[in-house]
Design a protein around this ligand. Structure first.
Ligand code: ATP
Length: 374
């Protein structure tokens, strides 16, 4: 079933901000969410993501800026006059009504008499056709959340806002519901704006993720962009594990930047560096743990040419099923440890062993070393 969508599902925030007394919860923010996309606002507790969502919903009056839905400015419209609906973590179902009537509620309130077909098709969309006559307490948490989604979609909003909708579910159910919500969004084709503090959830579901920190969007991009090419230390560390090595710009070689780290050199593609690259400048060179290969120092000669390499000593290793995770001390990153995964178990790669870490320079990113390390 497809919800009719005649345009107007773009969300455009222009200089939107929110202050509470002298405290700024959201700094002036410009953001466009294209119609039909699954967009996630991701960040730690208190970063301003819920406040941003509530300003789109009309549940919070902005202190400045404007909100447009499609061509319509809605900044000062009450929630019920906006073509949006919100799903909350708490489900907020009516306990005395059965599932059918919970979903029918929005239609009946608008005076629509013949609701059967629409409700049934909505229940089918969320795969609860069999549960129509049950009461909310007879359903699992995941099923109740799907009722909440069906109820929010029944009036064909142009934008569905989801405020930590999976927060109350256990991990397994959460993962199932992530896929389920993604399927529903693809099927109805409307804009979803989803607030979460869970990076895996945002990465699994969203086409575009805005990473928020202290009331600002730090970086906006596709999940793979953000993971492969973070531009701040906050994003690099919030989305997975990053190894950060302090290095100094040496020269440029075509598109590449050559850096000095300890006694050696590292190569970084210019397009993946968000730091100034004047000679002598400091850059934090980052590489994700699973991109690194590990060789015993005796076999350093067998490491192919053209790889970035650093030396170190294994401090610790732990077998974690699909891979072995190594903690490595290295002179070039005295303040950090380096984790390397996906290495075949090798009897010689034990704590104390001298090793060479090496990786394809294409997997290297560069951050401004002047930033605080989060
Ligand atoms: P969480 O995941 O914990 O809900 P969040 O990122 O959604 O966090 P917000 O709820 O948007 O954060 O809150 C942002 C900041 O604004 C927080 O520091 C919060 O304490 C503050 N805040 C939110 N609502 C109010 C209010 N009504 N009065 C004062 N401060 C508020």
């Amino acid at each position: 079933m497809t919800t009719s969508n005649d345009g107007g599902g773009d969300v455009r925030l222009t200089g939107i901000s929110k202050t509470y007394g002298s405290f700024t919860a959201v700094h002036p923010l410009d953001l466009t969410v294209p119609q039909g996309s699954f967009f996630a606002l991701l960040g730690a507790s208190g970063c301003g993501k819920t406040t941003t969502l509530r300003m789109i919903a009309g549940l919070e009056e902005p202190s400045g800026g404007s909100v447009h839905l499609g061509d319509q400015e809605v900044t000062h419209l009450p929630p019920y006059k906006r073509p949006v609906n919100t799903v909350f973590q708490s489900y907020a179902l009516f306990p005395h009504l059965d599932i059918f009537e919970n979903v029918a509620f929005g239609l009946r309130r608008r005076g629509i008499k013949s609701v059967k077909k629409q409700v049934e098709s909505m229940l089918e969309l969320v795969q609860l056709g069999e549960q129509a006559r049950k009461k909310p307490h007879q359903l699992s948490g995941g099923q109740q959340q799907r009722v909440a989604v069906a109820r929010a979609l029944i009036n064909h909003p142009k934008v569905l806002l989801l405020d930590e909708p999976l927060g109350a579910l256990d991990l397994k159910l959460r993962r199932q519901m992530q896929l389920e919500l993604k399927r529903i969004q693809t099927e109805v084709g409307i804009t979803f704006v989803h607030v979460t503090h869970d990076q895996e959830e945002a990465m699994t579901m969203a086409d575009t993720v805005a990473v928020m920190n202290a009331g600002r969007v730090e970086q906006l991009g596709s999940p793979s962009d953000l993971y492969e090419n973070p531009t701040t230390t906050f994003v690099a560390n919030f989305l997975g594990t990053s190894n950060l090595i302090e290095a100094e710009v040496d020269t440029r070689s075509g598109e590449d930047i050559v850096l000095r780290a300890g006694g050696g050199k590292l190569v970084l593609p210019g397009s993946r560096c968000s730091a100034p690259t004047t000679a002598g400048g400091k850059v934090l060179v980052g590489v994700r743990p699973e991109k690194i290969s590990l060789a015993h120092a005796d076999e350093a000669g067998a490491v192919p040419e053209g790889r970035n390499r650093i030396t170190g000593r294994i401090a610790d290793s732990s077998f974690i099923g699909v891979s072995t995770q190594y903690v490595i001390d290295s002179p070039v990153c005295p303040e950090f440890e380096v984790y390397a995964q996906n290495i075949d178990r090798d009897a010689r790669l034990v704590p104390g062993a001298e090793v060479v870490l090496h990786w394809n320079p294409a997997h290297t990113f560069g951050l401004d070393a002047a930033q605080a390390i989060d």
